[in-house]
Design a protein around this ligand. Structure first.
Ligand code: GLA
Length: 703
């Protein structure tokens, strides 16, 4: 049993950790310990009120597991609500608890109830033993007879154990520059990570990691959490004057209001938290394994991701059957297994000015429809995939002309265009049904095995004027709930289809959509050097299998950088490999090299995609070196990418990780001769990885 109750103290025990909470006399739920395993009995003395002065009473509330706004609490609240009689003071106390099994995990439910009104909050905890994680969310229930207006409804509060100093690590970004790692000291006050754009966004990602400033890649205590939500989200890291650091997170309360009617329940997204004593690398490995075992859709989680080709960078909107066939033939020769047609195949979509919303094939471009191309692709031995952007509409489209009222908009206001498009009001059931309808037709009428689902602009002017006033601000949540419902239904109906989540690159990367998506489009930036920093930040949280990386043309379209075929491949082999260049322009020599690289990747991809990742050297410090070890510790792969060698310096030694010390491994660096070395030697002495000049790369295969 992973959850134990000891005299009002609960221990949520995982393989290596204890998460201990206790119910105090006032019915408040205090966090007592989170980290390495301890005896719950040792925590009893911590369950005390902490009075400082009349100006600072109830200091123990700063370490509570959930903070409804009411009474003498002034920190960042996790719940704020107003009753029908305008009372805005929440007084919730623990009324009962239950412990049961939920799938493969133990579940603790602590029920809080308002002392007078019919508001109930169930705090739900699930342990994921194997990964030292605790999943948390809340069920907010209106047991009364009148509506309750929720103004803030977070998933969880994480209390970080006391330390002398605290450091926050997070990511920031923008289009073509996602998941850039940052860290900063946490001083008194608040640091807010958030998105208000209606999706996950690329300016931040719903994840945090906190340490005492000394953790590194392989050592040190790190507390971390990731929120499973693809809409407006907010993670507040707050340090109080009493040296308490608390992380409050969930759906963003900005412009949020939810009218919880009598008898209704509001469920918050899951916020998963964990502790690692193995530094940031240990944190990532726990998160990766958890995603593959518990989050990603079961239908494809264990399958190897196919090598794909996507024609977007090659053709842009100018797609047509004849040219796609030519590209497909070239791609098949390289060993590609999945051929994907991107934007431009439907309606009058000749640029981003028109056509979004008209999801029928453009017969000028594909005179016989999609099927002749699909047949050709299948005969070449590849699956067929296609791009869609269902939540959007161009004003210049048949859909918009027929349903101008289907977009978010305010009366007397013209909606702002972004990429010449508007956002459909997916909060409306008719819009949801329309999307489900055309996607069902598309997938049932053609042999499509892969969907790239895009979202190329944020929500703005979020008006839903015909809804009752008290429900209009629900759109931020309803949009995402309906999106999830559509994906869930499509996955149920078409279990063989692989889904990729994209939003102008990596703008919809989170654990919420990963319950429905098999992979992410990491970034529209496909430059092999820039990608190393993007992929490093991505890999802090998300697993290599879900990270799609393409090899594209050189010079790169975004920055004009020229690098070799090999360098581009080694960079893209760090996750699931794709090719996105204009193969019609590649020389025979380049195509031959690409064919060899694809075949080499197929020999290592089980280790990359399903193995364990160790980041050996960071692109922020110079060269990128990453290592993958397969689950039987029989095989390993090291990918090394140099930036620029300077001053004739000799390469440093790279010590490998995760091998069996007693095994003797054969090591092969590129095409050089194989030599043998013990696991001990590889891990304690290391390898000299020669990276010469500029943009050199090495692939090291270890068996
Ligand atoms: C977004 C995606 C690209 C491509 C284009 C098509 O930018 O990130 O990969 O699909 O849309 O318009």
């Amino acid at each position: 049993m992973a959850i134990l109750n000891y005299d009002n103290i609960f221990e949520l025990k995982t393989k290596m950790t204890s998460y201990i909470i206790g119910i105090n006399e006032a019915g408040g739920i205090q966090n007592l310990h989170w980290g390495k395993q301890v005896n719950p009995e040792d925590c009893i003395s911590l369950l005390n009120p902490r009075h400082h002065s009349s100006f600072d009473q109830n200091v123990e509330k700063e370490r509570e597991e959930y903070n409804p706004w009411g009474g003498l609490f002034y920190g960042e609240p996790s719940l704020k609500a107003m009753y029908a009689d305008n009372v805005r003071d929440l007084k919730l106390a623990c009324s009962e608890y239950s412990i049961d099994r939920h799938g493969n995990s133990d579940q603790l439910t602590i029920t809080l109830k308002d002392l007078y009104y019919g508001l109930q909050v169930d705090l739900i905890y699930r342990t994921q033993d194997e990964f030292d994680l605790v999943e948390r969310y809340c069920r907010i229930i209106n047991n009364g007879e009148t509506p309750i207006m929720l103004e803030n409804a977070c998933s969880a509060v994480w209390n970080i154990p006391e330390a002398e100093e605290y450091r926050l690590t997070h990511v920031t970004g923008k289009w073509a520059c996602e998941t850039q790692l940052r860290s900063c000291d946490i001083t008194e006050g608040k640091k807010i990570l958030e998105c208000r754009k209606g999706s996950t966004g690329s300016s931040a990602n719903p994840w945090f990691a906190i340490d005492n400033g000394f953790a590194n890649e392989e050592a040190g205590d790190v507390w971390f959490g990731a929120l499973a939500w693809s809409g407006n989200w907010k993670i507040t890291v707050e340090k109080t004057a009493f040296n308490n650091v608390r992380v409050v997170g969930g759906i963003n309360d900005f412009d949020f209001a939810w009218n919880l009617k009598a008898g209704e329940t509001f469920e918050t997204p899951v916020f998963v938290g964990g502790y690692s004593d193995g530094g940031f690398g240990g944190m990532s490995r726990k998160l990766h394994k958890y995603q593959m075992a518990c989050v990603m859709p079961k239908t494809h989680a264990d399958e190897i991701r196919k090598v794909l080709y996507n024609s977007w960078e090659a053709t842009g909107f100018d797609v047509n059957a004849a040219e796609q066939v030519l590209l497909a033939q070239k791609a098949a020769k390289l060993g590609v297994e999945l051929f994907v047609v991107d934007d431009g195949w439907f309606g009058s979509r000749n640029s981003d000015m028109a056509g979004l919303g008209d999801w029928y094939v453009n017969t000028n471009k594909f005179p016989g429809g999609l099927d002749p191309l699909i047949k050709e692709v299948n005969e070449l031995g590849m699956d067929f995939g296609i791009w869609v952007e269902p939540e959007m509409v161009n004003p210049d489209s048949d859909l918009y002309r027929a349903h101008p009222d289907w977009v978010y908009s305010f009366t007397n206001r013209e909606g702002s265009l972004a990429r010449n498009q508007l956002v459909l009001n997916l909060s409306k059931n008719e819009v949801k049904n329309y999307i489900l309808g055309f996607m069902t037709d598309l997938l049932s009428q053609h042999n499509i095995k892969f969907i790239k689902w895009d979202m190329n602009r944020p929500i703005s002017e979020p008006g839903w004027m015909e809804a009752p006033l008290e429900c209009q601000r629900e759109i931020w949540v309803r949009h995402v709930q309906n999106l999830y419902a559509i994906w869930e239904e499509l996955r149920r109906k078409f279990p063989h289809v692989v889904f990729e989540s994209c939003s102008g690159g990596g703008g919809r990367v989170d654990l919420g959509i990963l319950r429905y998506a098999d992979e992410f489009w990491t970034s529209d930036n496909t430059d092999a050097l820039d990608r190393q920093r993007i992929q490093e930040g991505f890999s802090y949280v998300y697993c290599p299998k879900a990270m799609m990386c393409w090899v594209t043309d050189s010079p790169n379209w975004l920055n004009g950088r020229k690098v070799s075929v090999k360098y581009r491949f080694v960079s893209a082999m760090m996750g699931s490999l794709g090719i996105g260049g204009n193969l019609n322009e590649w020389s025979e020599e380049e195509l031959n090299e690409a064919e060899e690289m694809v075949s080499l990747y197929k020999g290592i991809r089980h280790t990359v995609q399903d193995g364990t990742l160790y980041r050996l050297s960071s692109p922020r410090k110079g060269n990128t070196v990453v290592q993958y070890v397969d689950n039987n510790i029989q095989e390993s792969v090291v990918l090394a990418l140099g930036h620029s060698q300077q001053f004739g310096d000799a390469p440093g030694r790279t010590r490998l990780r995760g091998l069996d010390p007693e095994k003797i491994y054969s090591v092969r660096i590129d095409d050089e001769e194989t030599f043998s070395m013990s696991g001990k030697g590889l891990m304690n002495i290391g390898l000299f990885i020669q990276l010469r000049s500029d943009f050199d790369s090495r692939i090291i295969r270890i068996k």
